[in-house]
Design a protein around this ligand. Structure first.
Ligand code: AHG
Ligand code: MN
Ligand code: MN
Length: 308
């Protein structure tokens, strides 16, 4: 039984990054309490994307911001639920953290699994104008399901899964999460794109003809966690007429997950077949089409979309 902190120390993760991850893990525990407390109603407010916020979206956002401030290691934060980034003056470190406090909000009332996503950049001095992967040194996500897990990827040190035990500690549950190059599973998001992109439909038909198994919940966190847990799979969210630059957010969802997948032998590409981490950040709330998962399968999808 290896605790989260002990494991990361043995892996040679710096004191600062371990301390920052400790605060993130604490916020995950608090968010889990509020989910279990059943405070699942809607707010009057909307976020920058025009999506109605849940009380949980807002409270999870505040819980994370408070913990990151307490760490005294973070200079700037950006959140899916905040219009613009926030600065912490009292920080002694220089990390930038971008997060999606609650992913899968629309699944909360249905009592399906939801999650939180975090990206950690080591240099907070303006991320705009740079490739999103530059200075990205760690990412993690939590799954609030029947069990609570936290999967952490550190640059060149792999991706590892921890599970919350009944005394409130995250214990190593899976060391070195890895995915194969091929896959029998597929998670084709945004099927509406088939209406104006026959190539996407061709690929979906191809997957059906090849007897792939559908695994799709409608929440990016549980859908990608399924892939990492089974060691294979692909997830797509292409552009369509309504979402010309895709729906999923570069800083809060796509970059952290691409980082985690790369540490797990996977890949995350945009619709042009470029690595998501090479995308230049122009706006904190920028979105991108995404194709992520088992390497060879992802190359096939992107080829379908580009060639046929
Ligand atoms: P969020 O709850 O943070 O707004 O994210 C929802 C996202 C993601 O979790 C999921 O993959 C996608 O929206 C589903 O989009 P559709 O509603 O278009 O299927
Ligand atoms: Mn989300
Ligand atoms: Mn969200």
């Amino acid at each position: 039984m290896q605790s989260f902190n002990h494991f990361l120390r043995e892996k040679g993760v710096s004191n600062e990054v371990r301390s920052l991850l400790y605060h993130i893990a604490r916020s995950v525990k608090y968010i889990n309490f509020s989910i279990r407390a059943g405070n699942t109603g809607k707010c009057e407010s909307q976020n920058l994307f025009g999506e109605n916020q849940l009380k949980l979206d807002v409270s999870a956002d505040k819980t994370i911001a408070d913990e990151l401030e307490k760490s005294e290691l973070v200079t700037v934060i950006a959140s899916e639920e905040k219009d613009k980034p926030e600065k912490f003056k009292s920080s002694r470190g220089n990390f930038f953290v971008a997060y999606d406090p609650l992913d899968g909000s629309s699944l909360v009332d249905a009592n399906l699994a939801i999650g939180s996503i975090f990206g950690i950049w080591e240099n907070a001095d303006n991320i705009l104008g740079k490739k999103v992967g530059e200075n990205l040194i760690a990412s993690c996500y939590a799954v609030y399901g029947p069990r609570i897990t936290l999967t952490i990827a550190i640059k060149d040190k792999g991706a590892h899964e921890f599970e919350l035990n009944d005394v409130g500690e995250f214990i190593l549950s899976r060391e070195k999460v890895e995915i194969e190059n091929q896959s029998k599973y597929f998670a084709p998001g945004n099927l509406r794109a088939c209406l104006n992109n026959p190539n996407y439909k061709k690929w979906v038909d191809f997957a059906i003809e090849n007897k792939k198994t559908l695994r799709y919940s409608g929440g990016m966190v549980p859908d990608l966690h399924h892939i990492l847990s089974k060691g294979q799979g692909i997830f797509c969210y292409p552009r369509d007429k309504k979402h010309v630059e895709g729906k999923l957010r570069l800083l809060f969802e796509c970059a952290p997950f691409t980082f985690i997948f790369q540490e797990a032998n996977g890949i995350g590409l945009n619709q042009e077949g470029k690595n998501i981490l090479d995308t230049v950040v122009e706006d904190f709330h920028q979105t991108t089409p995404i194709f992520i998962g088992s390497k060879e399968e992802i190359q096939t999808v992107v080829k379908f979309l580009r060639k046929h």
